[in-house]
Design a protein around this ligand. Structure first.
Ligand code: ZN
Length: 70
């Protein structure tokens, strides 16, 4: 078994902070401001949007008369 990547395989340059899969040279990414990592910005599923939503929001629903989410 060849343990080396074939020469035409794109280089892994980072790990996605959301899905934890490899980020290859040439991938579309977004950089995280404070943490300094990267997330996929175009990988079928949009890791950048999901990562941002998890960090910014802690609840979702309909707001009630008291200004709270039911
Ligand atoms: Zn990802």
């Amino acid at each position: 078994m060849d343990r080396f990547a074939p020469p035409d395989e794109p280089a892994v340059v980072a790990e996605c902070a959301y899905c934890r899969r490899e980020i290859y040279a040439g991938d579309e990414v977004k950089r995280i401001d404070d943490a300094g990592g990267y997330v996929h910005a175009n990988y079928g599923m949009d890791c950048a949007i999901k990562y941002a939503e998890e960090r910014v929001f802690d609840a979702m629903g309909t707001i009630n008369i008291r200004g709270e989410i039911d």
